[in-house]
Design a protein. Structure first.
Length: 429
């Protein structure tokens, strides 16, 4: 398979061209012939114009790439090696939503041929590839897994906005359904992964390896968030405490904050779901998720308390929220927990303005029914800096004074201005 891909006798198809799929497709397209498939014709047209709908990649990233973008199922029939990189979100009850994954499996199954390979990159619970995806491939193709086609799992490790830890310089986990598939899948990814790959013994191990990467971070951040609540009541700053504790060599420097996005804020729920299927309640993971999911409301309530302590009428108060994306310096607003701050403030009848230099106003309105302003207007009783965008890191107290009322409040979620705000009422996690 690898030899035929390299000689361009066979093609690789990337199914799902979002934050994960498009960078992978373009990297492979520098080495082999690639079909980039997405169900959105609008997105496909943008990529044909060398535009990244996610605004992560630049025009030069599309250059010298042997890739054909399409939304036509018939074009997929030309491929022999399929990589599925579609979202795996949760529903309103925090249960895994496998609809995109099952839909993509159905699509691939319709064009699958004998001898083909299918590799999943979407983050799932251990066993999902074998229990949920492969049966769909068999049903749609009429082929027999193992005998007629091979399957593997290689979890994505793309970090949006990170220009240091990139796709090509980060070790990749790979797995296959047997020794032959593991070898061929590993050699295929080695075409683009500079440090090489880690060959997991089976697909369940690879799935679990990915999901605990984010679960570990989630639980550690939850600990810091809980500590920040405790330290706030004691009257000390969490960042000062972390700096002090961090002088010991084995202290792990995690920081409090909002935990949203499509990975850390979602993946642990997949593991909790699988644990329940196996008769175990994942207490620590579940508790961490509860703490992190409640932080937006906690920040809003503390802001309200500070407004009231300043003898101001809530319904006449104005609050500016700076930043809406789920992390700094990206346009991604999926599962943004900043929305929780805004909704909670609005429940107290506070007037809220929101600005963000990266987020798409139309997308924010469509997904959250929240209006983004072009810029701040007038003066505010409180300013909440929710996301550590580069633009916000450069701000000085004088910048906040211009847009703040007397006895103005600065809520610094990320601790950007600790020690630098002297005249305004300052608070951070």
């Amino acid at each position: 398979m690898v030899e035929q891909l390299v000689n361009k006798q066979k093609k690789l198809a990337l199914v799902g061209l979002g934050y994960v799929g498009l960078p992978i497709a373009l990297e492979f397209a520098k080495k082999i012939s690639v079909i980039g498939f997405d169900i959105s014709a609008k997105r496909v047209e943008m990529m044909r114009r060398q535009e990244d709908p996610s605004r992560e990649l630049h025009r030069e990233d599309f250059e010298n790439a042997d890739i054909y973008f399409t939304a036509d199922l018939e074009d997929l029939r030309q491929a022999s090696f399929f990589i599925v990189a579609v979202p795996t979100p949760i529903d309103e009850y925090n249960q895994p939503d496998l609809k995109p994954l099952i839909s993509a499996s159905t699509t691939v199954g319709k064009v699958l041929k004998k001898g083909d390979y299918v590799v999943y990159e979407s983050t799932v619970y251990p066993g999902c590839t074998e229990e949920d995806c492969i049966p769909v491939l068999e049903k749609e193709s009429g082929l027999k897994f193992g005998a007629d086609f091979k399957v593997g799992y290689s979890p994505e490790r793309i970090n949006p906005g990170d220009k240091v830890h990139t796709l090509t310089n980060t070790v990749k986990i790979v797995s296959g359904c047997d020794a032959e598939s593991l070898d061929q899948i590993a050699k295929t990814y080695e075409l683009i992964i500079q440090p090489g790959v880690h060959r997991a013994p089976n697909m369940k191990v690879a799935e679990a390896g990915k999901i605990i990467e984010n679960t570990q971070r989630d639980v550690n951040i939850a600990l810091m968030n809980e500590l920040s609540i405790i330290f706030n009541r004691i009257g000390i700053n969490t960042y000062d405490v972390i700096e002090a504790a961090g002088t010991k060599w084995n202290f792990l420097k995690f920081y409090p904050g909002l935990v949203g996005g499509h990975c850390i804020g979602v993946d642990p729920y997949y593991l909790v779901h699988k644990a329940k299927q196996k008769g175990y309640h994942a207490q620590l993971i579940d508790a961490g998720r509860f703490i992190n999911d409640s932080m937006g409301r906690y920040i809003a309530k503390l802001t309200v308390k500070k407004i009231l302590a300043a003898d101001k009428n809530l319904s006449q108060s104005r609050v500016l929220v700076m930043g809406f994306t789920f992390k700094e310096n990206v346009a991604d607003v999926r599962n943004s927990k900043v929305a929780d701050i805004i909704y909670e403030l609005q429940s107290y009848r506070v007037n809220v303005d929101v600005v963000d230099p990266y987020a798409d106003p139309e997308e924010v309105m469509r997904e959250y029914k929240i209006e983004l302003k072009d810029k701040p207007s007038g003066k505010y009783d409180a300013v909440i800096v929710a996301v550590a965008h580069h633009e916000y890191r450069e701000m000085k107290e004088s910048d906040f004074t211009v847009i703040s009322e007397k006895r103005g409040i600065i809520v610094d979620v990320k601790g950007l201005y600790l020690g630098h705000i002297k005249n305004l009422d300052y608070w951070s996690l």
